[in-house]
Design a protein around this ligand. Structure first.
Ligand SMILES: [Zn+2]
Length: 314
């Protein structure tokens, strides 16, 4: 782990983390560009901490060396697995931060989106201050990710793995994040409403040729097949379901995650533009609480993977 301190224009202590996954070079490139371009001393009392998390995996160009870092929090300082031992060191480096942004890329199609586990006011400021149309509430999914253990952390999927667009977009999103927390004062922050999509079920892969028929956040019509392979046919039998991280080959064990639109996250009250900031509206257009029974999954003879155990998240 490499940690670089830069100055802040304001009082907040914020951090940006790249390179959690070693096969996602965009995060490290963005962090190093920020290190080059931000001043070492700011006019404010706060600070900007820039972190490259997993150097051995980055050097190898692999997602991880021993274990997926974003699946092993809170980790174990005594573990012999590199990432299990790294997790508590990274969490300690982020302790007491007012806001944290973790950078990721994926194999699924744009648009970029943010992810949170606990919608604190800091998280609201980060999410609505960045140029994302959607934010995923991952609180119903696994609790072993960085954003589920370090307070005020937002993860952001900045684009396709390996693309220049992901680096450019991610860099701009970081500047927006810094402006939202007052750490950068070159331009005023811009806050916009962001659509909340709750992730409520991972969609397992079985084997054979994978096919995914819908893109991220595209509503799947009732009765349509979201994804299929030789083992599964995932037919959606209710309204309001949208895919998150949909991809045919991005993850070994899932096609993506089923989500549903929950409402909107509004800008912080003091920075609003006449909207009534402060509360999320909920349950727009849907009453279900993750009713998995109303989706059918036709399994072939060999299926036995349980979605809860095996699936992936950014
Ligand atoms: Zn990642």
């Amino acid at each position: 782990m490499e940690s670089i301190e830069r100055g802040s224009a304001g009082s907040a202590r914020v951090a940006i983390v790249g390179g959690i996954h070693g096969d996602e070079p965009a995060g490290e490139r963005i962090v190093r560009r920020l290190a080059d371009e931000l001043d070492e001393r700011g006019s404010g009392s706060g600070s900007v901490r820039l972190i490259v998390a997993n150097e051995p995996a980055l050097a190898a160009g692999t997602r991880y060396t021993d274990a997926d870092l974003n699946r092993v929090f809170p980790g174990d300082p005594d573990s012999g697995d590199y990432e299990r031992a790294l997790a508590p060191r990274l969490a300690a480096e982020l302790e007491g931060m007012d806001a944290v942004l973790a950078l990721h890329t994926s194999h699924s199609a744009p648009p970029p989106f943010a992810i949170y586990s606990d919608p604190t006011e800091s998280v609201r400021r980060s999410v609505t201050g960045m140029p994302v149309e959607y934010v995923v509430d991952s609180s119903r999914l696994r609790s072993t990710t960085l954003d589920s253990v370090v307070p005020h952390t937002v993860s952001i999927e900045v684009g396709r793995q390996g693309s220049e667009e992901a680096v450019e977009y991610g860099y701009e999103a970081c500047l927006a994040f810094l402006r939202a927390h007052g750490a950068l004062d070159d331009d005023p922050p811009t806050f916009t409403e962001t659509t909340i999509v709750a992730g409520d079920e991972e969609v397992p892969k079985g084997g054979g040729e994978p096919h995914v028929h819908f893109r991220n956040f595209e509503e799947i019509p009732e009765g349509a097949v979201f994804a299929e392979d030789d083992v599964y046919t995932h037919r959606v039998e209710e309204e309001g379901v949208v895919p998150i991280l949909a991809s045919e080959r991005g993850y070994e064990e899932i096609f993506g995650i089923y989500g549903r639109v929950q409402g909107t996250m509004t800008p912080p009250a003091s920075d609003g533009d006449g909207t009534t900031g402060g509360e999320e509206s909920t349950e727009r257009g849907s009453t279900a609480e993750g009713s998995a029974e109303t989706r059918s999954t036709e399994r072939g003879s060999t299926a036995e993977g349980s979605a809860e155990e095996t699936a992936e998240q950014p």
